[in-house]
Design a protein around this ligand. Sequence first.
Ligand code: FE2
Length: 394
Amino acid sequence: MTSELDDLKVYEETEVGWDENTPPNEILDGEGNVITDKNYGDPNAPPRRVYDDLEVVALREKLRLNNGIRGLDICDPDEIERITRIFRRDGFVVVRELLNAEQLERFREGSARILKELLSIPGHGKRKYLNETGRLPHRYSYGTSSSSRHLMHDPAWASMVDLPTTTPILTALMGEDDYYVWGGGGDLCLPGAIEYQQLHSDFKDDQDDGDVRLDYARSSGLIEVDPDKPFEELDFRTKRLVFDRTPRTVTINFLMSDLTWENGPIRQIPGTHTAPQNPPSVAEEADWMRWSTLVGAAAGAGVFRDNRAWHGATPNLSKEIRALPNLEYSPGWIDEQTLKKSMPYEIWETLTPHGQKICRAITEEPGVWPKGAGVMHALASKRDWTKKHRTTNA
Ligand SMILES: [Fe+2]
């Protein structure tokens, strides 16, 4: 019997997705029970997950007319100064052709292989798929659905940590080349992900470590500041600049397909990486924010994101999967004890010398398999069980 998963690809049209038996905004808890959280879903979502449903058609037309940032900057990989300026200004920057044809193929193969594992788990009742815990239907995170929280045990992800195109850019954004990989995963949506995901920051910047970040910003030349003053004696604007220039994480999301107005392009709100206030809910969000997406970025490109910048997923009303596998980096000033071991030593040995240096803090001892690595499951309870009970990749 053939299955829609037999020849799964994360680019071009597919039979996958558009499951009309999965109601809009249906969220599962850790055990797989449906929970109703009115604050979480998209109140404007079409009522049926059907390609030709009249409200889906109407939303598609709105997206066709409006979706995408006008005049989106897209840089070449060697435009380091421009990339750095835009990243600091907006909290994200799109760079074309980060991956060559062979690297793109390798990442596409890995992204499809892992997704196939997730979609092979049957859904409840007549549903085609099992939703991921706490996530809107037809949306999955490669990272959070892995028991180890990362995919650094996978050769496709590990082989991307140090690329000729990305390393000079990361070095400029971090201020120096002695930084860390803290993990990798990414996210994807299937065709028929009709809901908007709420805008969010990936973490809250507590800003309680001014002296550490000032020392780093000073020594790496990220800002010019009086060499003798401790953090507390700086004026308020300079204090802010110290925090603005030292994000705790920088993520690269790689595009497996072109981002179009129709296939769920990521939305990013420029300038919000330095905002301490919370982003609006989906119901309160302004239209211009809904259309603030990275339409026009092509397969093989990537988005460098300050993870504090407000962002969110948008409806995929196409017939194509939209996958954005990622790698997550942290600057040298963070406490490396906070990084989790997710890379097996045997994978680490295959990396370039720079790749080995930046992955040192996430690499296990020889012969020790990282807890949970290699087990994918949509439900949090299943992932937790694996993490507690399995210590090998058998
Ligand atoms: Fe996010």
